[in-house]
Design a protein around this ligand. Structure first.
Ligand code: SF4
Length: 480
């Protein structure tokens, strides 16, 4: 092992080649090229094979990173794929969109003194290679079970749960209110981070694995939750959280101010070839506009970089804390800066100015004061520090809250927490309704895709325990 690994001293970190910013600004294609096999093996060989691998500990899926890096370094890619896909349903998606600088790579021990192993890029390389070489196959369970599970939500938590349940032989039906599979993976995340074909080939794989999809089907509108409970042995709610957070500021209702997800969905739909009236009318199109995005998370980064590609005149990102304290990935900020986005740190919107349509955002400078109970420094306004920033289009990327699911689903007995997330028993992952489980953002609150995958996998295990217990009880009764 020693010969092939531990190369971090002599081999510098090298990410796959990134396309020049001037070229990236003109299209929505992914920005990184793929590694060639030799490069992937060389980068994987930088790993020091830690006895206590902090990369793995800090991965929500506890991916067996050191072992699949070693297999990649040895050219045993089929085994690397097998190992990587054993803990993660969508490694090529996580390899593309996880904020590795906050998770595995940010905690890689060789980061101290050297630069971390490029874990995400190697992960993407392994699984893209597996797809190219035909190693990713539809699921053929060893035995089929008669029990059927209904999953509400075709986002990452629902899809991961579906795959895990199908592996155990359950029949699986997924219901989603949108017309395509993927949830935020298809309508929220832009192509330059995750090309749509990557999600669509996963959908095809699930269809080929005999998972059935009921699209344009909203629970509470098109089908009752009670009907789903009667139709399926268990139901998993994995709807995600979609309600955009707002701010109370004068002028917030002016035309030209839109929620980030509406804007991203319009752009993604347009890229998919849909007719999008709000894009065509210019309402949700940044072309030729001065764009201001409010927020410092990954959704804000997706908005600013989309606006650049749509041909905005200028793009600014307004965030009330500083670069070090922003929730989004630092790597994303760097990409955005390279592409011409201007970050206005320590600034908060106070009012939106304009007659019928927004023309300026009135901002106030912020000073970071003493830490609050959460440990984060409190933003404090600096008196008389106003600046008006020109804006034709303002995008609010302030986070997401859960919708009122008990009302929307016509299920008043579905218990919720004080935050309106679904209340579950954390051991069984069951909601207040027998046989109804919940997972992902609708339980956790808005979070990362990798956490949704983890929650979906955990829920599949709990549903299996529940259904197996029910089957056993039925057998005992029959034997009596
Ligand atoms: Fe390898 Fe870094 Fe993980 Fe250690 S922390 S096992 S060096 S990738």
């Amino acid at each position: 092992m020693a010969e092939r690994m531990l190369k971090f001293v002599g081999t510098p970190q090298a990410m796959p080649d990134k396309r020049p910013a001037a070229e990236r600004r003109r299209d929505f294609d992914e920005i990184y090229q793929s590694y060639a096999q030799q490069k992937a093996a060389e980068q994987a060989s930088r790993c020091s094979q830690c006895g206590v691998p902090f990369c793995q500990i800090h991965c929500p899926l506890h991916n067996n990173i050191p072992d699949w890096l070693k297999l990649t370094a040895e050219g045993r890619l089929d085994e690397a794929y097998e190992l990587s896909s054993a803990t993660n349903n969508f490694p090529e998606i996580c390899g593309r969109i996880c904020p590795q600088d906050r998770l595995c790579e940010g905690n890689c021990v060789i980061e101290k003194g050297f630069e971390s192993v490029t874990i995400g890029s190697v992960e993407k390389y392994i699984t893209d290679t597996a797809w190219q070489r035909g190693w990713v196959k539809p699921i053929q369970p060893r035995r089929e079970r008669t029990e059927c599970v209904g999953i509400v939500g075709a986002g990452p938590a629902g899809l991961a749960a579906a795959e895990q349940l199908r592996r155990k032989g359950y029949q699986v039906a997924i219901y989603d209110r949108y017309d395509r599979v993927g949830g935020l993976l298809i309508y929220g995340i832009p192509n330059f981070k995750l090309e749509k074909e990557i999600v669509q080939r996963r959908e095809k794989l699930l269809r080929d694995s005999k998972v059935t999809f009921h699209l344009n089907c909203e629970v509470g509108r098109d089908v009752k939750l009670e009907e789903l409970r009667a139709r399926h042995g268990a139901v998993l709610i994995a709807t995600g959280v979609y309600k955009a957070r707002d701010i109370a500021a004068p002028g917030v209702g002016l035309a030209g101010i839109a929620p980030a997800l509406d804007y991203l969905t319009a752009s993604n739909r347009q890229g998919l070839g849909d007719t999008v009236p709000d894009f065509e009318s210019g309402l949700l199109n940044a072309a030729g506009k001065d764009v201001v995005v409010i927020g410092g998370g990954d959704t804000a980064m997706d908005c600013v970089r989309t606006a650049v590609r749509q041909g905005a005149k200028s793009v600014k990102c307004l965030y009330r804390r500083d670069r070090a304290n922003m929730p989004g990935s630092q790597r994303e900020v760097k990409h955005a800066e390279e592409e011409g986005v201007e970050f206005v740190w320590l600034a908060a919107p106070q009012a939106f100015l304009g007659k019928d349509k927004v023309s300026h955002v009135r901002t106030v400078r912020i000073h970071l004061g003493m830490p609050d109970a959460s440990g984060r420094q409190t933003p404090q306004e600096i008196p008389n520090s106003h600046v008006n920033i020109e804006a034709d289009l303002v995008l609010m990327a302030l986070g997401f809250d859960p919708e009122d699911l008990p009302a929307a689903m016509g299920a008043p007995d579905l218990g919720v927490t004080g935050w309106n997330t679904l209340k579950i028993d954390w051991k069984s992952m069951m909601t207040s309704l027998d046989g109804v489980f919940a997972a992902g953002d609708i339980v956790r609150g808005a979070s990362l895709v990798v956490w949704a995958v983890r929650d979906g996998r955990d829920a599949a295990e709990r549903i299996h325990t529940y259904l197996a217990g029910k089957a056993l009880a039925a057998q005992r009764i029959a034997a009596e």
